[in-house]
Design a protein around this ligand. Structure first.
Ligand SMILES: [Zn+2]
Length: 500
C-alpha cells in the first residue's frame, strides 16, 4: 500500500510546534480515502471514503479533501473498525507500557481486562490509574470471581463458599458493576475457581445480570469433560438470566479431538431455545496456562495421574515451559527436551516443577479442524487471550494471524466475516453502542491494513516477533500507529459499562 501523506499547512505547523498533535487533541479533520471499506457489519466491502472530525466519524461516502485537512491515502488497503478484544491479559502490562504497542500493531483499539476469574479490584481504582497514566487503547474490565474468592476466603479457598461468603462476594460484584465492570468472569478450571459450586457462580452472575452485564467463562474443563463444562456455563447464564460468553473455546485433549461439531450442536441447541450464548476462539492450536491444569485430578505427585495427563495432550513434547521462577533454565524447552537432557522422564520433570512452585506452559494440544469448525460459526468471535508481555504468540499475533492465514491463505472465512468477528460482534457483546461499526456518528476507532501482506510472525519459541501489515490504527480519532510506526499517543479512554 502506498503511504502518501498530504499535509496541510496547519498540520505542518503543528509538527513544527513539536509533535504529531498537541497534547491528546486530535487533528481537526482527517480524510481516509481510496480504501476498501469493510465496515464491521459483515456486509460486502465497498470503495468509499471516511471522514473523521475530532474523535467521531463524521461522514462515509465519496468525499473530497477540504482545505487544512489531513488526508490518509488508503489505496490498496482495507479500512475497518478497530478491533475489540474481550479477553486480554494486559491488566498490569498497560500500566508499564501505555503505548500497548504489541496490541495496537495487531489492530486492537479496545480491550477488556479481567478475564478467567482474575481482575483488578476495586475496578474503580484500576480505572483511575489507567486514566491517570493514559493508554493508547480503550479499556474495559470484567470483575473476576477468583479475585473475589481470594479476598473473601483468603488461603482457605479449596472448598465451596458458605452462604455468608457468597453474600460478601455478591456485594463486591455489585460494587464492581456499579463502578463500570462489563460483567463477571470465572476461571473454573483454575485452583481458586475450581472448588466453587455451580450455584455459587449462579448467585454471583445474578448480580451482574441486574446491571445488564455478561457472564464470561473459562470453563471448568477443556479436556475430557469439556462437554459437561460447556453445559455448566450455559446453565449458569440461563439460570442467572444473562448472556454467556465462552472464553477461548477449545477441545484440548486427545479424548475430545474432533468433537467441535458436537459442541456446536450443543450451543446451537441452547441458542434455539433462547439462551444467549456466544464464544471466542484464538487462532492457535496451543494453549497457555499454568502447568497444573495438565492434571485435572490435581494429584500432582501421582505418577499414574501425571502420565495420563501428559498422554492426554499427546506427550511431553507438546508441553513447552514458558515461565518458571524456580527453574529459569527450563524456559523455552519442552518437558521432553528437559527430561532428555537430564536423563529423567517428562513425568518426573513435571512433578519436580510443580513441587518447586509450578510454571507457565504453552501446550500444543488442539486440532486445526476443530478450530476451523469453531471459526465458521457466526456466534464465534476473535479474542486474543493475550496481552502485553504474554509469552504465547497470540499476545502479539492473534488478529494478523486470522486475517493472513484463516482469511487470505486458507480461505476458511471471508474478510467481511472475519472483520465482523473482530468488531461489531464483540462490541454488541460488551454493550458498546458507539464502536465496532464504521458509520456516521460512531467513535473513530479505525484500522487500515494491507490484506495482501498482513501476517503474524510470532511463534511458540519467539513469541514477541511483531506482525506486519497494520499501517494505521486510530483510537478516538488519533493515530497510535501511523505509517506502521507507534506514535506514543494515548487517546484511549476507560469505557464504563453502566446499565442504561
Ligand atoms: Zn482462560
Amino acid at each position: 500500500m502506498r503511504k502518501t501523506l498530504i499535509l496541510s499547512t496547519a498540520f505542518l505547523l503543528i509538527i513544527v510546534a513539536g509533535g504529531f498533535a498537541v497534547g491528546n487533541q486530535p487533528a481537526e479533520s482527517i480524510l481516509i480515502t481510496g480504501g476498501l471499506l469493510v465496515d464491521g457489519s459483515g456486509s460486502a466491502g465497498r470503495r468509499v471514503d471516511v471522514r473523521i472530525q475530532g474523535s467521531t466519524i463524521s461522514e462515509v461516502g465519496i468525499l473530497k479533501p477540504r482545505p487544512f485537512e489531513r488526508v490518509i491515502d488508503a489505496k490498496g488497503g482495507v479500512v475497518a473498525p478497530g478491533f475489540i478484544d474481550l479477553h486480554n491479559h494486559s491488566e498490569s502490562g498497560l500500566l508499564r507500557d501505555q503505548t500497548a504497542r504489541s496490541q495496537t500493531l495487531q489492530g486492537i483499539t479496545t480491550l477488556a481486562v479481567g478475564p478467567d476469574g482474575s481482575s483488578p479490584f476495586p475496578i474503580a481504582d484500576y480505572f483511575e490509574r489507567i486514566e491517570k497514566s493514559g493508554a493508547a487503547v480503550n479499556v474495559l474490565s470484567f470483575v473476576g470471581h477468583a479475585t473475589l474468592r481470594r479476598r473473601v476466603m483468603g488461603d482457605d479457598y479449596k472448598r465451596s463458599a458458605s452462604d455468608t461468603e457468597i453474600r460478601l462476594m455478591a456485594e463486591m460484584v455489585d460494587q464492581a458493576m456499579r463502578e463500570g465492570a462489563i460483567g463477571l468472569s470465572t476461571g473454573l478450571e483454575y485452583d481458586l475457581g475450581h472448588p466453587s459450586t455451580t450455584e455459587e457462580v449462579i448467585a454471583l452472575a445474578r448480580i451482574a445480570a441486574k446491571y445488564k452485564g455478561i457472564y464470561m467463562s473459562h470453563v471448568r474443563d477443556e479436556a475430557d469433560l469439556a462437554m459437561d463444562a460447556f453445559r455448566e456455563a450455559i446453565r449458569i447464564g440461563r439460570e442467572a438470566g444473562l448472556p454467556i460468553q465462552i472464553s477461548h473455546i477449545k477441545l484440548g485433549t486427545v479424548g475430545v479431538w474432533g468433537k467441535a461439531v458436537e459442541v456446536v450442536g450443543l450451543i446451537d441447541d441452547a441458542r434455539r431455545k433462547g439462551v444467549d450464548v456466544t464464544a471466542d476462539c484464538y487462532p492457535y492450536d496451543a494453549w497457555a496456562s499454568t502447568i497444573t491444569v495438565l492434571v485435572p485430578s490435581r494429584k500432582h505427585d501421582d505418577s499414574a495421574a501425571v502420565t495420563r495427563g501428559l498422554q492426554d495432550v499427546g506427550g511431553g513434547k507438546n508441553v513447552l515451559i514458558a515461565s518458571c521462577s524456580a527453574h529459569p533454565e527450563f524456559v523455552g524447552k519442552t518437558l521432553e527436551e528437559i527430561a532428555a537432557s537430564s536423563g529423567t522422564s517428562p513425568v518426573e520433570i513435571y512433578m519436580r516443577i510443580v513441587k518447586d512452585g509450578g510454571a507457565g506452559v504453552v501446550c500444543r494440544s488442539m486440532t486445526e479442524s476443530d478450530i476451523r469448525t469453531f471459526y465458521r460459526q457466526p456466534w464465534v468471535m476473535v479474542a486474543s487471550d493475550g496481552g502485553i508481555g504474554m509469552r504465547h504468540p497470540r499476545g502479539t499475533g492473534t488478529y494478523p494471524r486470522v486475517l493472513g492465514r484463516f482469511v487470505r491463505d486458507w480461505k476458511w472465512i471471508s474478510l467481511e466475516e472475519a472483520v465482523r468477528k473482530m468488531t461489531s460482534l464483540p462490541a454488541s457483546r460488551a454493550g458498546l453502542r458507539d464502536r465496532g461499526i464504521i458509520k456516521k456518528g460512531m467513535k473513530a476507532d479505525l484500522v487500515i491494513f494491507d490484506q495482501a501482506q498482513v501476517i503474524d510472525r510470532s511463534t511458540m519459541t519467539e513469541p514477541f516477533v511483531e506482525p506486519i501489515g497494520m499501517d494505521y490504527v486510530l483510537v478516538n480519532g488519533v493515530a497510535v500507529i501511523d505509517g506502521g510506526k507507534t506514535t506514543g499517543m494515548r487517546p484511549g479512554i476507560v469505557v464504563r459499562h453502566i446499565s442504561r
